[in-house]
Design a protein around this ligand. Structure first.
Ligand SMILES: Cc1cc2nc3c(=O)[nH]c(=O)nc-3n(C[C@H](O)[C@H](O)[C@H](O)COP(=O)(O)OP(=O)(O)OC[C@H]3O[C@@H](n4cnc5c(N)ncnc54)[C@H](O)[C@@H]3O)c2cc1C
Length: 378
Protein backbone atom coordinates (compact mmCIF):
# COMPACT_ATOMS: atom_id res chain seq x y z
CA UNK A 1 0.00 0.00 0.00
CA UNK A 2 2.82 2.41 0.90
CA UNK A 3 5.65 0.96 -1.12
CA UNK A 4 6.08 0.58 -4.88
CA UNK A 5 8.62 -1.25 -7.04
CA UNK A 6 11.31 1.38 -6.49
CA UNK A 7 10.96 1.02 -2.72
CA UNK A 8 11.07 -2.74 -3.08
CA UNK A 9 14.25 -2.53 -5.17
CA UNK A 10 15.91 -0.52 -2.40
CA UNK A 11 14.58 -3.02 0.14
CA UNK A 12 16.18 -5.89 -1.76
CA UNK A 13 19.52 -4.06 -1.95
CA UNK A 14 19.62 -3.34 1.78
CA UNK A 15 18.44 -6.87 2.58
CA UNK A 16 21.22 -8.34 0.46
CA UNK A 17 23.83 -6.29 2.35
CA UNK A 18 22.35 -7.34 5.70
CA UNK A 19 22.12 -11.02 4.68
CA UNK A 20 25.52 -11.33 3.02
CA UNK A 21 27.81 -8.66 4.47
CA UNK A 22 26.51 -8.20 8.00
CA UNK A 23 24.56 -11.03 9.61
CA UNK A 24 27.08 -13.79 8.77
CA UNK A 25 29.70 -11.72 10.65
CA UNK A 26 27.64 -10.70 13.65
CA UNK A 27 28.88 -13.43 16.01
CA UNK A 28 32.48 -12.46 15.30
CA UNK A 29 31.75 -8.73 15.50
CA UNK A 30 30.14 -9.18 18.92
CA UNK A 31 33.64 -10.18 20.05
CA UNK A 32 35.70 -7.63 18.12
CA UNK A 33 33.27 -4.82 17.13
CA UNK A 34 32.36 -4.30 13.49
CA UNK A 35 35.04 -2.86 11.14
CA UNK A 36 33.12 0.24 10.10
CA UNK A 37 35.45 1.55 7.38
CA UNK A 38 35.15 -1.70 5.52
CA UNK A 39 31.37 -1.99 5.99
CA UNK A 40 30.58 1.66 5.23
CA UNK A 41 32.66 1.59 2.06
CA UNK A 42 30.47 -1.24 0.76
CA UNK A 43 27.28 0.53 1.83
CA UNK A 44 28.49 3.86 0.42
CA UNK A 45 29.20 2.25 -2.96
CA UNK A 46 25.55 1.19 -3.06
CA UNK A 47 24.34 4.69 -2.15
CA UNK A 48 22.91 3.54 1.19
CA UNK A 49 24.49 6.14 3.47
CA UNK A 50 22.72 9.21 2.10
CA UNK A 51 19.28 8.08 0.98
CA UNK A 52 17.58 11.44 1.61
CA UNK A 53 20.67 13.61 1.11
CA UNK A 54 21.22 15.96 -1.80
CA UNK A 55 22.77 14.32 -4.90
CA UNK A 56 25.20 17.28 -4.83
CA UNK A 57 26.94 15.59 -1.89
CA UNK A 58 26.54 12.08 -3.25
CA UNK A 59 23.13 11.38 -1.74
CA UNK A 60 20.15 9.85 -3.50
CA UNK A 61 17.72 12.74 -2.89
CA UNK A 62 14.88 10.34 -2.06
CA UNK A 63 11.97 10.94 0.31
CA UNK A 64 11.30 9.54 3.78
CA UNK A 65 9.45 6.45 2.53
CA UNK A 66 12.78 5.27 1.10
CA UNK A 67 14.46 6.19 4.36
CA UNK A 68 11.90 4.06 6.21
CA UNK A 69 12.53 1.11 3.90
CA UNK A 70 16.25 1.46 4.64
CA UNK A 71 15.67 1.57 8.41
CA UNK A 72 13.23 -1.35 8.36
CA UNK A 73 15.82 -3.52 6.62
CA UNK A 74 18.63 -2.38 8.92
CA UNK A 75 16.33 -3.52 11.75
CA UNK A 76 16.88 -7.11 10.58
CA UNK A 77 20.55 -6.98 11.63
CA UNK A 78 21.13 -9.55 14.37
CA UNK A 79 22.36 -7.09 16.95
CA UNK A 80 21.54 -3.49 17.78
CA UNK A 81 25.24 -2.54 17.93
CA UNK A 82 25.67 -2.52 14.16
CA UNK A 83 22.18 -1.04 13.67
CA UNK A 84 23.27 1.81 15.95
CA UNK A 85 26.65 2.23 14.25
CA UNK A 86 24.97 2.61 10.85
CA UNK A 87 22.23 4.92 12.12
CA UNK A 88 24.95 7.02 13.76
CA UNK A 89 26.47 7.61 10.33
CA UNK A 90 23.17 8.31 8.56
CA UNK A 91 20.75 9.75 11.15
CA UNK A 92 22.71 10.97 14.17
CA UNK A 93 26.01 12.58 13.19
CA UNK A 94 25.35 13.95 9.70
CA UNK A 95 21.82 15.51 9.44
CA UNK A 96 22.96 18.92 10.81
CA UNK A 97 25.93 18.91 8.44
CA UNK A 98 23.52 18.31 5.58
CA UNK A 99 21.02 20.92 6.70
CA UNK A 100 23.30 23.69 7.98
CA UNK A 101 26.88 22.88 6.92
CA UNK A 102 28.85 25.18 4.60
CA UNK A 103 29.91 24.06 1.12
CA UNK A 104 33.40 23.49 2.54
CA UNK A 105 32.14 21.23 5.37
CA UNK A 106 29.91 19.30 3.01
CA UNK A 107 32.78 18.65 0.60
CA UNK A 108 35.35 17.86 3.29
CA UNK A 109 33.21 15.72 5.61
CA UNK A 110 29.65 15.02 4.46
CA UNK A 111 30.52 13.79 0.97
CA UNK A 112 33.13 11.29 2.29
CA UNK A 113 30.69 10.15 5.01
CA UNK A 114 27.98 9.50 2.42
CA UNK A 115 30.53 7.67 0.24
CA UNK A 116 31.54 5.54 3.24
CA UNK A 117 35.11 6.83 3.12
CA UNK A 118 34.87 8.47 6.54
CA UNK A 119 33.24 7.28 9.77
CA UNK A 120 31.28 9.92 11.70
CA UNK A 121 30.27 10.24 15.35
CA UNK A 122 28.15 12.71 17.32
CA UNK A 123 29.39 13.90 20.72
CA UNK A 124 26.77 15.55 22.93
CA UNK A 125 26.73 13.58 26.20
CA UNK A 126 29.24 14.33 28.95
CA UNK A 127 30.02 12.65 32.26
CA UNK A 128 28.04 15.42 34.04
CA UNK A 129 25.39 16.13 31.38
CA UNK A 130 23.23 13.61 29.53
CA UNK A 131 19.50 14.19 29.67
CA UNK A 132 20.13 17.81 30.64
CA UNK A 133 22.11 18.69 27.52
CA UNK A 134 22.34 22.38 28.42
CA UNK A 135 24.32 21.51 31.58
CA UNK A 136 27.33 20.58 29.47
CA UNK A 137 30.75 21.95 30.40
CA UNK A 138 32.68 21.45 27.17
CA UNK A 139 33.73 24.93 26.03
CA UNK A 140 34.69 26.35 22.68
CA UNK A 141 36.53 29.59 23.36
CA UNK A 142 36.93 32.01 20.47
CA UNK A 143 40.60 32.49 19.58
CA UNK A 144 41.49 34.54 16.49
CA UNK A 145 39.95 32.83 13.48
CA UNK A 146 39.10 29.66 15.35
CA UNK A 147 38.04 28.12 18.66
CA UNK A 148 39.85 26.22 21.40
CA UNK A 149 37.79 23.27 22.62
CA UNK A 150 38.23 21.78 26.09
CA UNK A 151 36.12 19.08 27.72
CA UNK A 152 35.12 15.45 27.90
CA UNK A 153 32.38 13.60 26.01
CA UNK A 154 31.19 10.12 26.89
CA UNK A 155 29.11 7.16 25.59
CA UNK A 156 30.03 8.20 22.03
CA UNK A 157 28.95 5.56 19.49
CA UNK A 158 31.62 4.96 16.79
CA UNK A 159 33.92 7.25 18.80
CA UNK A 160 36.89 4.87 18.54
CA UNK A 161 36.72 4.39 14.77
CA UNK A 162 35.43 7.84 13.80
CA UNK A 163 37.43 10.01 11.39
CA UNK A 164 35.53 13.06 12.58
CA UNK A 165 33.29 13.88 15.48
CA UNK A 166 30.49 16.45 15.45
CA UNK A 167 30.81 18.12 18.86
CA UNK A 168 28.31 20.30 20.70
CA UNK A 169 30.09 22.83 22.95
CA UNK A 170 29.26 25.99 24.83
CA UNK A 171 30.65 28.87 22.77
CA UNK A 172 29.54 31.84 24.86
CA UNK A 173 28.58 32.72 28.42
CA UNK A 174 25.20 34.05 27.38
CA UNK A 175 22.31 32.42 29.27
CA UNK A 176 19.73 30.37 27.42
CA UNK A 177 19.98 28.02 24.49
CA UNK A 178 21.64 30.38 21.98
CA UNK A 179 25.09 29.93 23.50
CA UNK A 180 26.16 26.59 22.02
CA UNK A 181 27.75 25.74 18.68
CA UNK A 182 28.27 22.55 16.71
CA UNK A 183 31.78 21.83 15.38
CA UNK A 184 33.28 19.22 13.10
CA UNK A 185 36.42 17.93 14.82
CA UNK A 186 38.66 15.68 12.71
CA UNK A 187 40.41 13.05 14.82
CA UNK A 188 43.91 14.12 13.78
CA UNK A 189 43.68 17.55 15.42
CA UNK A 190 46.28 17.91 18.20
CA UNK A 191 44.75 17.57 21.68
CA UNK A 192 41.93 15.25 20.59
CA UNK A 193 42.07 11.75 22.01
CA UNK A 194 39.98 8.67 22.64
CA UNK A 195 40.58 8.47 26.37
CA UNK A 196 38.69 5.21 26.92
CA UNK A 197 36.87 2.53 24.96
CA UNK A 198 33.89 1.62 27.13
CA UNK A 199 32.81 -1.93 27.99
CA UNK A 200 29.04 -2.33 27.64
CA UNK A 201 26.21 -4.66 28.67
CA UNK A 202 25.02 -4.89 25.06
CA UNK A 203 25.65 -3.35 21.63
CA UNK A 204 28.92 -5.29 21.80
CA UNK A 205 29.36 -5.20 18.02
CA UNK A 206 29.79 -1.40 18.12
CA UNK A 207 32.45 0.70 19.77
CA UNK A 208 31.59 3.33 22.36
CA UNK A 209 34.13 5.87 23.52
CA UNK A 210 34.98 8.53 26.01
CA UNK A 211 36.63 11.44 24.18
CA UNK A 212 38.96 14.05 25.61
CA UNK A 213 39.50 17.54 24.16
CA UNK A 214 42.61 19.20 25.49
CA UNK A 215 43.05 22.66 23.92
CA UNK A 216 41.90 21.37 20.54
CA UNK A 217 42.21 24.26 18.05
CA UNK A 218 39.38 24.11 15.56
CA UNK A 219 39.26 26.54 12.61
CA UNK A 220 36.18 28.75 12.38
CA UNK A 221 35.24 27.10 9.08
CA UNK A 222 34.61 23.86 11.01
CA UNK A 223 31.65 25.41 12.84
CA UNK A 224 28.32 24.16 11.49
CA UNK A 225 26.04 27.08 10.64
CA UNK A 226 25.68 30.16 12.80
CA UNK A 227 27.53 30.63 16.08
CA UNK A 228 25.25 30.14 19.06
CA UNK A 229 22.67 28.05 17.19
CA UNK A 230 24.26 24.63 17.85
CA UNK A 231 21.76 23.63 20.52
CA UNK A 232 18.85 24.31 18.18
CA UNK A 233 20.58 22.39 15.36
CA UNK A 234 21.18 19.46 17.71
CA UNK A 235 17.55 19.38 18.86
CA UNK A 236 16.55 19.11 15.18
CA UNK A 237 19.21 16.48 14.61
CA UNK A 238 17.80 14.45 17.53
CA UNK A 239 14.51 14.14 15.63
CA UNK A 240 16.28 12.17 12.88
CA UNK A 241 18.05 9.97 15.44
CA UNK A 242 14.86 9.28 17.36
CA UNK A 243 12.89 8.57 14.22
CA UNK A 244 15.53 6.05 13.09
CA UNK A 245 15.04 4.10 16.31
CA UNK A 246 11.35 3.45 15.59
CA UNK A 247 11.37 1.29 12.41
CA UNK A 248 14.45 -0.57 13.64
CA UNK A 249 12.57 -1.34 16.88
CA UNK A 250 9.33 -2.69 15.42
CA UNK A 251 11.22 -4.78 12.88
CA UNK A 252 13.55 -6.09 15.59
CA UNK A 253 10.58 -6.90 17.83
CA UNK A 254 8.93 -8.83 15.00
CA UNK A 255 12.16 -10.77 14.36
CA UNK A 256 12.35 -11.71 18.02
CA UNK A 257 8.73 -12.90 17.92
CA UNK A 258 9.36 -14.95 14.74
CA UNK A 259 12.38 -16.56 16.34
CA UNK A 260 10.29 -17.37 19.42
CA UNK A 261 7.37 -18.78 17.43
CA UNK A 262 9.79 -21.13 15.69
CA UNK A 263 10.97 -22.31 19.11
CA UNK A 264 7.55 -22.79 20.72
CA UNK A 265 6.27 -24.67 17.65
CA UNK A 266 8.89 -27.37 18.09
CA UNK A 267 9.19 -27.32 21.89
CA UNK A 268 6.90 -30.01 23.34
CA UNK A 269 5.80 -29.52 26.95
CA UNK A 270 3.12 -31.60 28.69
CA UNK A 271 2.73 -33.60 25.48
CA UNK A 272 1.98 -30.69 23.13
CA UNK A 273 3.95 -27.97 21.35
CA UNK A 274 4.10 -24.84 23.49
CA UNK A 275 2.56 -22.92 20.58
CA UNK A 276 -0.75 -24.68 21.32
CA UNK A 277 -1.06 -22.90 24.67
CA UNK A 278 -3.65 -20.22 24.23
CA UNK A 279 -2.06 -17.99 26.84
CA UNK A 280 1.12 -17.79 24.77
CA UNK A 281 -0.69 -17.37 21.46
CA UNK A 282 -2.77 -14.54 22.91
CA UNK A 283 0.30 -12.84 24.32
CA UNK A 284 1.94 -12.94 20.91
CA UNK A 285 -1.25 -11.65 19.27
CA UNK A 286 -1.19 -8.67 21.67
CA UNK A 287 2.42 -7.93 20.76
CA UNK A 288 1.73 -8.15 17.02
CA UNK A 289 -1.13 -5.70 17.49
CA UNK A 290 1.15 -3.25 19.27
CA UNK A 291 3.79 -3.61 16.56
CA UNK A 292 1.20 -2.83 13.89
CA UNK A 293 0.09 0.29 15.81
CA UNK A 294 3.66 1.54 16.08
CA UNK A 295 4.22 0.86 12.39
CA UNK A 296 1.13 2.89 11.51
CA UNK A 297 2.28 5.75 13.75
CA UNK A 298 5.60 5.59 11.90
CA UNK A 299 3.92 5.81 8.51
CA UNK A 300 1.89 8.76 9.79
CA UNK A 301 5.18 10.44 10.80
CA UNK A 302 6.63 9.70 7.35
CA UNK A 303 3.69 11.45 5.70
CA UNK A 304 4.22 14.44 8.01
CA UNK A 305 7.97 14.48 7.36
CA UNK A 306 7.46 14.40 3.61
CA UNK A 307 5.23 17.46 3.98
CA UNK A 308 7.92 19.27 5.99
CA UNK A 309 5.81 19.31 9.18
CA UNK A 310 7.23 19.40 12.72
CA UNK A 311 7.20 15.80 13.99
CA UNK A 312 8.72 16.36 17.44
CA UNK A 313 5.55 15.30 19.29
CA UNK A 314 4.92 12.19 17.19
CA UNK A 315 8.60 11.14 17.06
CA UNK A 316 8.86 11.47 20.85
CA UNK A 317 5.76 9.30 21.24
CA UNK A 318 7.10 6.76 18.75
CA UNK A 319 10.54 6.59 20.35
CA UNK A 320 9.01 6.17 23.83
CA UNK A 321 6.68 3.42 22.69
CA UNK A 322 9.36 1.70 20.60
CA UNK A 323 11.77 1.38 23.52
CA UNK A 324 9.16 0.14 25.96
CA UNK A 325 7.57 -2.28 23.51
CA UNK A 326 10.86 -3.72 22.31
CA UNK A 327 12.05 -4.35 25.85
CA UNK A 328 8.76 -5.89 26.98
CA UNK A 329 8.44 -8.15 23.93
CA UNK A 330 12.07 -9.31 24.12
CA UNK A 331 11.69 -10.09 27.82
CA UNK A 332 8.43 -11.98 27.20
CA UNK A 333 9.92 -13.93 24.32
CA UNK A 334 12.97 -14.90 26.36
CA UNK A 335 10.56 -16.30 28.95
CA UNK A 336 9.03 -18.54 26.27
CA UNK A 337 12.48 -19.98 25.54
CA UNK A 338 12.75 -21.13 29.17
CA UNK A 339 16.30 -22.08 30.22
CA UNK A 340 17.50 -21.92 26.62
CA UNK A 341 16.62 -18.22 26.67
CA UNK A 342 19.27 -17.72 29.33
CA UNK A 343 22.04 -19.50 27.42
CA UNK A 344 24.36 -17.38 25.31
CA UNK A 345 24.11 -19.86 22.46
CA UNK A 346 20.55 -18.51 21.93
CA UNK A 347 20.46 -15.34 19.83
CA UNK A 348 17.68 -13.98 22.03
CA UNK A 349 20.20 -13.31 24.81
CA UNK A 350 21.92 -10.76 22.55
CA UNK A 351 18.63 -8.99 21.84
CA UNK A 352 17.81 -9.03 25.56
CA UNK A 353 21.10 -7.25 26.36
CA UNK A 354 20.94 -4.92 23.37
CA UNK A 355 17.39 -3.63 23.67
CA UNK A 356 17.91 -2.29 27.18
CA UNK A 357 19.56 0.79 25.66
CA UNK A 358 16.44 1.57 23.62
CA UNK A 359 14.94 3.38 26.61
CA UNK A 360 18.15 5.29 27.35
CA UNK A 361 20.15 6.21 24.23
CA UNK A 362 19.06 9.13 22.07
CA UNK A 363 16.95 10.57 24.89
CA UNK A 364 15.65 8.38 27.72
CA UNK A 365 11.97 7.45 28.17
CA UNK A 366 11.56 10.08 30.88
CA UNK A 367 12.83 12.79 28.55
CA UNK A 368 10.45 11.66 25.79
CA UNK A 369 7.59 11.92 28.30
CA UNK A 370 8.76 15.40 29.29
CA UNK A 371 8.77 16.53 25.64
CA UNK A 372 5.30 15.07 25.03
CA UNK A 373 3.89 16.60 28.24
CA UNK A 374 5.34 20.01 27.37
CA UNK A 375 3.94 19.91 23.85
CA UNK A 376 0.54 18.97 25.27
CA UNK A 377 0.71 22.03 27.51
CA UNK A 378 1.01 20.02 30.74
C1 LIG B 1 24.34 2.52 23.80
C2 LIG B 1 24.42 4.00 23.95
C3 LIG B 1 24.87 4.78 22.89
C4 LIG B 1 24.96 6.17 23.03
N1 LIG B 1 25.49 6.90 22.00
C5 LIG B 1 25.67 8.25 22.17
C6 LIG B 1 26.31 9.03 21.15
O1 LIG B 1 26.69 8.53 20.09
N2 LIG B 1 26.49 10.36 21.38
C7 LIG B 1 26.09 10.97 22.53
O2 LIG B 1 26.27 12.17 22.67
N3 LIG B 1 25.50 10.24 23.52
C8 LIG B 1 25.28 8.91 23.36
N4 LIG B 1 24.69 8.17 24.36
C9 LIG B 1 24.30 8.83 25.59
C10 LIG B 1 22.79 8.95 25.79
O3 LIG B 1 22.25 9.89 24.91
C11 LIG B 1 22.57 9.29 27.27
O4 LIG B 1 22.97 8.17 28.02
C12 LIG B 1 21.13 9.65 27.59
O5 LIG B 1 20.80 10.88 26.99
C13 LIG B 1 20.87 9.74 29.09
O6 LIG B 1 21.82 10.58 29.69
P1 LIG B 1 22.65 10.06 30.97
O7 LIG B 1 23.21 8.74 30.63
O8 LIG B 1 23.59 11.13 31.37
O9 LIG B 1 21.57 9.84 32.08
P2 LIG B 1 21.08 10.95 33.16
O10 LIG B 1 20.80 12.23 32.45
O11 LIG B 1 22.02 10.95 34.30
O12 LIG B 1 19.69 10.31 33.61
C14 LIG B 1 19.65 9.15 34.45
C15 LIG B 1 18.20 8.71 34.54
O13 LIG B 1 17.42 9.76 35.11
C16 LIG B 1 16.33 10.02 34.26
N5 LIG B 1 15.99 11.45 34.26
C17 LIG B 1 16.75 12.46 33.81
N6 LIG B 1 16.08 13.62 33.91
C18 LIG B 1 14.87 13.33 34.43
C19 LIG B 1 13.71 14.09 34.75
N7 LIG B 1 13.69 15.40 34.54
N8 LIG B 1 12.65 13.45 35.28
C20 LIG B 1 12.68 12.12 35.49
N9 LIG B 1 13.74 11.34 35.17
C21 LIG B 1 14.82 11.94 34.67
C22 LIG B 1 16.77 9.62 32.87
O14 LIG B 1 15.70 9.38 32.03
C23 LIG B 1 17.58 8.39 33.19
O15 LIG B 1 16.71 7.30 33.29
C24 LIG B 1 24.57 6.78 24.24
C25 LIG B 1 24.08 6.00 25.29
C26 LIG B 1 24.01 4.64 25.16
C27 LIG B 1 23.49 3.82 26.31
Amino acid sequence: MYFNEEHNALRQTVRRVVDTEINPNMDAWEETTAPLHDLFEKMGDLGLLGICYDPEVGGQGLDYWFDTVFLEEIGHIHGVGVQGAIADQTHMATPALHEFGSEYLKEAFLRPAVAGEMVAAIAVTEPGAGSDVAAMRTRATKDGNGYIINGTKTFITNGVQADFVVVLARSSHAPGYHSFSLFVVPKELPGFSVSRELDKLGWRSSDTAELFFDDVRVPEENRIGTEGEGFIYQMRQFQHERFAAIPMSYVGARDVIDMTVEHIRQRVVFGKPLSRKQVLRHRIADWLTEIECLKQLTYHIVRMKNKGMDVTREVSMGKLLAGQMLRRITDGCLQMFGGMGFMNESLITRYYRDVRAASIAGGADEIMRDVIAKMEGL
